[in-house]
Design a protein around this ligand. Structure first.
Ligand code: FA5
Length: 336
């Protein structure tokens, strides 16, 4: 070493090289080159004695400082390439435990579980049904004829000519009626698919709950009281429901189910329509549907309803945007 500036150059070079190191072998080569017995810093230290006496104290300080900085940076890098400890080394029972972050059941699944409990208490059986359907179950059997606009390929997710992702859980009505004879009292929850434009209240994939009750002498009163009981059990005893006349091809008469707004309690506010919010559709099973599955409409009658599950959860928790359910943001999901 000729003078102190040389040590600064070595330190700078060492830093640059260290930053570029990507594996343990290169790190070892670095150690030998700079920090080993014959390394640049060791040699610089031993050549202090060759400097003029007045420069030696300053040179010693500069070398020690640079060497210790590089040593520190070297140790940090070493940690990156450290081999994992053996199971024996890790088995120190005196160490505090490390808890993995806990997952949780998605709020929609939680809701489906809750709906299952509510409807079980009311005597309904939970059933399963496929999401990939044929046109018979999604349309024809539900009294939706070939020329009906609801069958437009642009309004559905067709997989092939006759097969599509179901657009409504009403398919479950047909599935169960084909398998069983009345009395039938069932509920089905699941995903449905529609190429709707996504916004705060619409999604292309969402969940519905479908209910079907077929027996001798089932009337609109059974329908109305079942919906009312369910709404009170899920939303709270102060909630009221109403049926508003409507049209669905598979029910006659048909109605929209409305519930009182949970913000203004039916008085009317800017979150609802005159104190009411739509929950879904319902009606008495159309005789054509009963005939399609081989039932005699003179002998039995039934009611059915289908409600949007995301919209229900949004009402209950005052969630403003349906997209939150599907974005997997744990800050949202961990609240439920
Ligand atoms: C139906 O799907 C009928 N199958 C309901 C029915 C069942 C009527 C049995 C009669 C008898 P509708 O298309 O209105 O009806 O959908 C029902 C509910 O699903 C709506 O009220 C709404 O809550 C929800 N829904 C509809 N489209 C969307 C969407 N794009 N995103 C989120 N929820 C939706």
């Amino acid at each position: 070493m000729q003078d102190i500036s040389e040590i600064n150059d070595i330190a700078k070079q060492a830093k640059t090289e260290l930053e570029q190191i990507r594996d343990a072998n290169a790190l070892e080569e670095f150690r030998i080159k700079y920090l080993g017995k014959k390394g640049a810093f060791t040699q610089a230290k031993s050549s202090i004695g060759k400097l003029p006496p007045e420069q030696r104290p300053t040179a010693g300080k500069v070398i020690n400082k640079a060497a210790s900085e590089i040593e520190q940076a070297f140790k940090e890098k070493q940690k990156q390439f450290a081999q994992p400890k053996s199971a024996k080394q890790l088995a120190d029972v005196t160490l505090p435990g490390v808890y993995p972050p806990m997952g949780r059941v998605h709020v929609i699944t939680q809701t489906i579980n809750e709906l299952s409990e509510i409807f079980s208490r009311m005597g309904f059986e939970f059933i399963d049904a496929p999401e990939v359907e044929d046109e018979w179950h999604n349309f024809q059997a539900l009294n939706i004829p070939l020329e009906h606009p609801a069958r437009d390929p642009l309004d559905n997710f067709y997989i092939s000519d006759n097969i599509l992702l179901r657009s409504q859980t009403s398919t479950a009505q047909i599935r169960i009626m084909e398998q069983r004879k009345p009395p039938i009292r069932v509920v089905h929850c699941g995903r449905v698919y529609r190429p709707d434009t996504i916004d705060a209240t619409h999604h292309m994939m969402f969940h519905q709950i479908e209910s079907l009750y077929v027996d001798k002498g089932v009337t609109m009163i059974d329908l109305k009281s079942t919906i009312e009981q369910f709404a009170k059990a899920y939303f709270g005893s102060d909630v009221r429901t109403r049926l508003r006349s409507s049209y669905f091809p598979f029910t006659e008469p048909s109605a929209e189910v409305d519930m009182t707004c949970m913000i203004c309690h039916g008085k009317g506010c800017n979150s609802c329509s005159g104190g009411w919010l739509e929950l879904g559709g319902c009606g008495m099973v159309d005789p054509n549907v009963l005939e399609a599955v081989g039932y005699d409409p003179q002998e039995v009658s039934g009611f059915a309803f289908g409600l949007g599950i995301e919209r229900m959860v949004m009402r209950r928790h005052q969630i403003k945007d349906i997209r939150l359910f599907f974005e997997n943001d744990v800050r949202f999901l961990s609240q439920f």
